[in-house]
Design a binder for this molecule. Structure first.
Ligand code: MN
Ligand code: MN
Length: 295
């Protein structure tokens, strides 16, 4: 009955690489650093360690909850006080991990409440995972912790199961109770990702965040497009990775075949923090896979 992936070791390695990249991103997010430089450092770390980014690193700031990655000519520079989410994915042949944390740029301690709320919430959520247990137990633990700090969980965003080459699998892990009747299965890989805000806890779509994804195999008719699909499959990617003129032209022509992601903005303009781990549902409970390697 258990559904461990046959190449579990590969998932473990990908998750450790993602975690190391996350920590690097948090360290590199200093006042005056271009956001694009942080993105490139994080993605280079993933490739240098033998994995590929599972999606463009998301560097969403302040009231941006998710889905912003720097564009090819991004000019934004991080400022002291920015609340930056570093959300990183790494995969090895489709065995993927997804992990995030939040840092206040410049370390001014103005937003500790939000950062601690999501770190505690992800820990509580992970502690509530049991094989055969209810997803709702995790959702309740997350919401209890965030509300206990006088903040709101962002209820429109959820954790998710992860399957090979499918970052957002069919099982959602809501950040508030009463929204799921699913249970966990031993051997499943799952991302748990609470978001907390001092706004209202809902998101709305903002501008295009420079992230796209093939909905399906575009076929062999356009060789440039076929090569891009071979590289990214159905995982999200960005023009920073495909900016040769012929690649840009092929992508522009194929726009209807691509899913485009808007930036998610907190509806009331509230500040948003996020923490995320990829876990394995083990025989007793969760094993956190996205643990940073020492050093
Ligand atoms: Mn995720
Ligand atoms: Mn993520």
């Amino acid at each position: 009955m258990a559904r461990y992936p046959p190449d579990l070791e590969r998932w473990r390695v990908a998750a450790r690489i993602a975690a190391g990249a996350r920590e690097l991103g948090l360290r590199r997010a200093t006042p005056g650093t271009p956001r694009r430089e942080v993105a490139e450092a994080v993605e280079a770390y993933i490739r240098d360690h033998g994995a590929e980014p599972a999606f463009p690193v998301n560097l969403s700031r302040n009231n941006e909850a998710a889905h912003y990655t720097p564009s090819v000519d991004d000019a934004a520079v991080l400022a002291a006080g920015d609340l930056l989410k570093v959300d990183v994915g790494a995969h090895i042949e489709g065995a993927a991990a997804d992990t995030a944390d939040t840092v206040e740029v410049g370390g001014g301690h103005h937003h500790d409440h939000l950062v601690l709320a999501v770190r505690e919430a992800v820990r509580d959520g992970i502690a509530a995972v049991r094989p055969g247990g209810a997803v709702d137990d995790v959702s309740a633990a997350i919401a209890r912790r965030i509300r206990g700090r006088g903040l709101h969980p962002v209820v429109d965003l959820t954790g998710h199961s992860i399957e090979r080459y499918v970052l957002h699998g069919p099982k959602a892990i809501p950040n508030a109770p009463g929204r799921s009747t699913a249970t966990f299965e031993e051997g499943e890989i799952v991302a748990i990702e609470p978001f907390a805000t001092n706004g209202v806890g809902h998101i709305e779509n903002g501008a295009f965040g420079n992230i796209v994804r093939f909905r399906a195999d575009p076929g062999a008719a356009d060789p440039v497009l076929a090569r891009l699909f071979d590289r990214f499959r159905t995982l999200p990617f960005t023009a920073r990775w495909a900016d040769a003129p012929e690649e840009r032209a092929a992508l522009a022509k194929a726009r209807k075949r691509l899913q485009t992601y808007p930036v998610f903005l907190e509806q009331a303009g509230g500040l948003v923090a996020q923490a995320e781990h990829t876990i394995l549902v083990g025989p007793e409970g969760a094993e956190v896979l996205s643990v940073a390697p020492p050093g």
